[in-house]
Design a protein around this ligand. Structure first.
Ligand code: XIL
Length: 374
């Protein structure tokens, strides 16, 4: 592996798989490079990684990243599958792991229509709950999680995916039962539960003009109502031809102009063919039928695809470098291609290559170029 040598005497870490470096042959990693600009280098981790069942993954996480987010274990369906029956083991282990390794720990996510607990919106008879009941359940959920991890979680995705691509409110059960002010209620509850935790609104396809405008309007009006919002999360589940880079940059500028930080919260790059009717985005409910032609890289990316992968990743990171003053965190949605959700979404059972570490947990060559940029 080629190494990047730096003359500055900053603390050095090695890429997993490399031999230890001497003081003057230091290797700069992603967390060091981004850290020089006060940007956290984050990664979403799964329960196997946290529990040490995939040791190579743990090495990559601790050597290269300064922040972790829970890929699934803090979601409602996992953490409170039945009413009043919490399952905290995995989330506890996740938070312990982050603390042990001195990482900034991100909670994902408190209010979301997907992966919601099955009981959450209905009563014993299976009828939709009232506005008051849902407000009380939502508040209780926020307070329970935030209190348990108070002082240990750096920031929470409070509301996830509230807005449609055209800027309309998503007609989620929260919206339909409570009304648009569920976001204000959620933020104020979170603010009170752990005043020191950062609070985020997070969404995909943030480069779409309708969505951008709506979030700008929302952030301004929520702030006027006394809500604190520390950052807007642009999930950044990217592809070869989406998002449009100029629109993506416009969104970063627009959000930053509202006085909040911008974060790339779920970065990955999907180069697999798109099923018809797939409109980009990251709606976890999408599920298209498997066909051979949608899975062309089973044995590895060909030269053309590899070139596109490198160029596209660099294009994104050049934008991040240009906007570095606006950005507080860049989080990859997964450690290695082996475990990326994009092997199973929006089509199940494909072989995808969307991340910066390959299936053997080796860093991809483009990672060095990214590090050099910063
Ligand atoms: C994904 C996980 O990666 C998968 O393991 C799970 O099956 C579905 O959810 N937007 C989000 C994330 O906010 O929580 C989603 O994570 C990806 C899209």
């Amino acid at each position: 592996m080629k190494k990047i040598f730096i003359s500055l005497s900053i603390v050095a870490f090695v890429f997993a798989g490399c031999s230890t470096q001497t003081a003057k042959d230091e290797v700069l990693t992603l967390k060091d490079a981004l850290g020089r600009h006060n940007i956290l280098a984050g990664v979403a981790v799964n329960v196997d990684e946290v529990a040490g069942r995939t040791p190579k993954a743990q090495d990559v996480i601790t050597a290269n990243f300064s922040s972790i987010v829970a890929e699934n274990c803090m979601k409602q369906e996992k953490i409170v599958p039945e009413q009043n029956k919490y399952f905290f083991d995995d989330a506890d282990q996740f938070v312990d792991f982050g603390e042990k390794n001195g990482m900034k720990i991100i909670g994902h996510c408190l209010v979301w229509h997907s992966q919601a607990a099955p009981w959450f919106f209905t009563d014993d008879k299976g009828e939709e709950v009232s506005r008051d009941t849902l407000i009380s359940r939502m508040k209780n959920h926020i307070v329970t999680l935030m209190t348990r991890y108070k002082g240990r979680i750096y920031g929470w995705d409070v509301v996830n995916e509230a807005i449609e691509d055209d800027g309309a409110f998503r007609e989620s059960p929260y919206y339909k039962i409570i009304g648009p002010d569920y976001i204000e209620i959620a933020l104020k509850t979170a603010q009170e539960a752990d005043p020191d935790a950062e609070l985020y609104l997070n969404d995909y396809s943030m480069s779409k003009p309708g969505k951008r405008d709506k979030y700008v309007e929302l952030v301004k009006s929520l702030k006027a109502k006394g809500c604190r919002i520390d950052a807007i999360g642009m999930q950044s589940h990217n592809g070869d031809d989406y998002p449009d880079l100029a629109e993506y940059e416009k969104s970063m500028d627009a959000f930053a102009a509202c006085g909040v930080k911008v974060m790339m919260t779920e970065l990955d790059l999907n180069l697999l063919p798109k099923p018809e009717d797939f409109g980009g985005g990251a709606n976890v409910g999408d599920d298209f039928k498997y066909r051979q032609e949608l899975d062309p890289y089973k044995e590895g990316l060909d030269e053309k695809a590899q070139k596109l992968f490198d160029e596209r990743y660099l294009a994104f990171f050049k934008i991040y470098e240009k906007h570095k003053e606006q950005i507080s965190r860049i989080t990859l949605w997964g450690v290695s291609d082996k475990t990326s959700w994009l092997n199973n979404w929006p089509v199940e059972g494909r072989t995808s290559y969307p991340l910066l570490f390959d299936r053997e947990y080796n860093p991809k060559p483009v990672l060095q170029k990214i590090v050099e940029l910063f």
